[in-house]
Design a protein around this ligand. Structure first.
Ligand code: APR
Ligand code: PHB
Length: 389
């Protein structure tokens, strides 16, 4: 078959891009390795910046998000004794919306058939060909048959482990990476949140985050050494640890319940440059990873998709090749600022095993500065709500 844009991956990046292109009259289709059920079973951060909310609104897919999402006017940094509230609404005039990424995924998937967005699920052995030409194509296997999709562009929305980034010749790309010496152990439970805003805590026993999905569903995390095994963390042990790390006030308000999901995820900062090679564009986790501190992953995917859709539509409407040529620099400028923020907040809120007394004093001083300085709070707030696209 033939299309204008072949998209690899039906995560949030691939589906948001597919819907945007369809809404602008550009032909596209999506190939995804997994089944719809598998894709909907992935649990990920759920704090939406304006760019993501705005994109869903532009697509006319924001009804449920407006109804069920929790509008958050601030969040908190805890330093073991006190809560330092960052009044995001007052400092920036903007808010974020707490709405699970799984729900965004569901909204995008459910709208696909009625909007004419074709998604091929369970496509095996997706491979890219001739990406350095004007006539790239994809091949994949499904139900025992080999298929071919000819396109003018391929967009890699296939996450960190997908084939698209790997199709760029080694001499044409460069990776930047930092792997962190701990992971986040997360628990999802049907219990009311301990606080109506998120709390990121730096306690002497380690990091903790109190987050939520709704008024009745909570999401909590602690950081653990990468050698820890999930089997060693009973629900009780995890609730006990959260109660200590979140500090006396929030800790006392935790409502415990059985885990709906519990897992350990590693933390990584990663950027691949450039985000375009020939007729291949990369969006989302295919091109970059942020540690979850600050919840920038999905929002960065949304801003990439915004720039990519703009460039592709300009190309097909006005034959504007410069728009395609400019995609990578435009997207990377915002990516690196989000990488900086995620890295800084991770550095501030975690006890790194290699840290000595000097590094610890730096954290104490920085948290004290943030607590006292409106300028410091404003800088954190404007990054948290999301820098402009
Ligand atoms: N062929 C087809 N599809 C593939 C292949 C492949 N070989 N490899 C991976 N994929 C699919 C995955 O199954 C997944 O559904 O690509 C999709 C990538 O989706 P995500 O991993 O969700 O990445 P992205 O859409 O960029 O979303 C970014 O989601 O992962 C979080 O932290 C991330 O919040 C951020 C957001
Ligand atoms: C989450 O709710 O899962 C979440 C929230 C904020 C983060 C990371 C994860 O920074």
């Amino acid at each position: 078959m033939r299309t204008q844009v072949a998209i690899v991956g039906a995560g949030p990046a691939g589906l948001m891009l597919g819907h945007l292109l369809r809404s602008e009259g550009t032909d596209c289709m999506v190939v995804e390795r997994q089944s719809p059920e598998y894709v909907l079973s992935r649990i990920r951060a759920g704090v939406l910046e304006q760019v993501t909310v705005g994109l869903m609104e532009r697509l006319g897919l924001d009804a449920r998000l407006r109804k069920e999402g929790l509008v958050e006017e601030g969040f908190n940094l805890a330093d073991g004794e006190r809560l330092i509230r960052i009044d995001v609404a007052e400092l920036t005039g903007k808010t974020v919306v707490v709405y699970g990424q799984t729900e965004i995924q569901r909204d995008l998937m459910e709208a696909a058939p009625s909007r004419g967005l074709e998604v091929v699920w369970e496509a095996d052995e997706v491979a890219l060909h001739a990406i350095d030409s004007d006539a790239p194509f994809l091949t994949y296997r499904k139900d025992g048959a080999e298929h071919r999709v000819d396109a003018r562009f391929i967009v890699g929305c296939d996450g960190f482990h997908g084939p698209c980034r790997k199709a760029v010749p080694a001499t044409a790309g460069r990776s930047f990476e930092r792997v962190y010496p701990f992971g986040w152990l997360g628990i999802l439970a049907d219990v009311p949140p301990c606080h109506d805003e998120l709390i990121y805590a730096n306690h002497e026993r380690g990091f903790a985050l109190a987050s939520m999905r709704s008024h009745t569903r909570s999401r909590y995390y602690i950081d653990v050494a990468l050698s820890e095994r999930i089997e060693d963390w009973s629900d009780d042990r995890l609730w006990d640890e959260l109660a200590v790390r979140l500090g006396p006030e929030a800790g006392a308000r935790i409502v415990r319940g059985p885990a709906l999901e519990k897992s350990i995820a590693p933390l990584r900062s990663f950027v691949f440059e450039p985000m375009r090679y020939g007729s291949l564009l990369l969006c989302g986790d295919a091109a970059h990873i942020v540690p979850p501190t600050g919840a920038k992953g999905l929002n960065l995917a949304a801003s990439d998709v915004h720039y990519a859709a703009e460039a592709l539509v300009a190309y097909f409407r006005r034959n504007d090749a410069d728009a395609i040529a400019g995609y990578s620099d435009k997207a990377l400028a915002r990516v690196w600022k989000s990488e900086r923020f995620s890295w800084t907040l991770t550095r501030l809120m975690h006890r790194f095993p290699e840290d000595g007394p000097f590094e610890r004093r730096m954290q104490v001083a920085e948290l004290a500065y943030v607590a006292e300085s409106r300028a410091a709070q404003q800088s954190i707030a404007e990054n948290y709500v999301g820098l402009p696209v």
